[in-house]
Ligand binder design. Structure first.
Ligand SMILES: [Zn+2]
Length: 381
């Protein structure tokens, strides 16, 4: 949308407008601060009721829950730009967003892996039994523009997305049975993106996801050994900042570094200096710096090669679990399978079957390369 100049005293948080799509799904507009009030248009599509939900099964071999979501096979796959479900609606394309313009929008996924039902999961489930796949999956459209990427958003728009993530984290954490809220972005067709329009997702799991449980358990052990006076990620952050060898960006509130034992050929962690559990605990100043730092980091990642780099941006938030939460610090893990301009790492036998990563790059060289790219960007700016 176009905006008038922001006058003194104008609100600094996005204007939020809530509505329901024609099949009952929730949609929220997050308009940049200072935007005029919005009267949302109705969804005229008359969609049939919510699609069949998936199911959850408990894998006794691993102790992990598995979502079975065969209904997702019919979801939209790389539609042409004029039929994009994330673009604003036009006379020729009644999209998921009924209005002709928006800034940032969040809505319940039409083809969710989890949800729409919400309830507590039992701790386990016997062999041969299933339960509805409870939880919630939301889509976050970062911009009304069909092309581009998060890293190319203007600061104000990216800041609105950060506020949207915080808002949704608070709302989803309060839903019955939700144990973990996970905002993420899959970027690039190489890692399975089914829509080109710049967007991310938020999963509200009814369990602590396996990787989060693994990291959470390590964090809790460290926290107990320190008798609650220190956290694992805080300690690792101190060690990385003291060393400096793998630090890529170092600010007042956040530091980005390639972790000492990076598993992916391109992996950067962005960690807050203060111990916060999730987006909702960040101050306004911290969110401002996070926005700047994240945009800078994504710009550097895309400047490493002649073509945009596929990545997964995973925002790790403390699980909603009394044991794991106090020891778990909010942070970003940005990972890419790209190991050269024209080469991607595939997760093969050792990684896919055993979870044993073999990294084809050294973390120190990747950090050095990112610093070079950032320095070159500053020099040309
Ligand atoms: Zn689009």
């Amino acid at each position: 949308m176009t905006h008038a100049p922001i006058a003194p005293g104008t609100p600094t948080t996005p204007r939020i407008t809530q509505m329901r799509l024609s099949d009952g799904r929730e949609l929220l507009y997050f308009d940049d601060p200072g935007t005029a009030p919005r009267t949302p248009l109705a969804d005229a599509r008359g969609l049939p009721g919510r699609a069949d939900h998936g199911q959850l099964r408990f894998d006794e071999l691993s102790g992990d829950w598995v979502a079975v979501a065969a209904h997702r096979q019919s979801r939209t796959h790389l539609p042409p730009a004029d039929q994009c479900p994330l673009c604003p609606s036009t006379p020729g394309n009644a999209s998921e967003i009924p209005d002709p313009d928006y800034d940032v929008v969040v809505f319940e996924n039409r083809f969710p892996s989890l949800g729409p039902d919400l309830t507590e999961l039992p701790p386990t489930l016997p062999w041969g039994h299933t339960v509805p796949a409870v939880g919630r999956c939301e889509v976050v459209s970062f911009t009304p523009e069909h092309t581009g990427s998060f890293g190319e958003l203007p600061y104000e728009r990216a800041r609105t997305v950060v506020d949207a993530w915080a808002h949704r984290t608070a709302a989803l954490s309060a839903l019955p049975g939700v144990r973990q809220v996970f905002p993420f972005e899959n970027r690039g067709a190489d890692i399975g993106v089914t829509l080109h329009h710049p967007h991310g997702q938020i999963y509200a799991y009814p369990y602590v996801a396996p990787r989060a449980a693994q990291l959470g358990a390590a964090a809790r052990r460290f926290y107990d050994d320190a008798e609650g006076t220190a956290t694992l990620l805080g300690s690792l952050l101190d060690r990385e900042r003291d060393s400096g060898e793998r630090v890529v960006l170092d600010g007042d509130h956040f530091t980005a570094f390639v972790p000492f034992a990076a598993r992916w050929p391109l992996e950067v962690h962005l960690v807050p200096h203060r111990h916060v559990a999730d987006f909702t605990e960040l101050s306004g100043e911290e969110k401002d710096e996070l926005t700047h730092t994240y945009l800078t980091l994504l710009g550097a990642v895309d400047a490493m090669y002649p073509t945009p780099t596929p990545y997964v941006a995973a925002w790790h938030q403390a699980p909603l679990d009394a044991v794991l939460r106090p020891a778990s610090r909010f942070h970003l893990q940005l990972t890419s399978p790209r190991r050269a301009a024209d080469k991607l790492k595939f997760l093969a036998g050792s990684e896919a079957a055993m979870g044993a990563f073999i990294n084809d790059t050294t973390p120190e060289q990747v950090a050095e390369r990112l610093r070079e790219v950032l320095a070159a960007g500053k020099a040309s700016a």
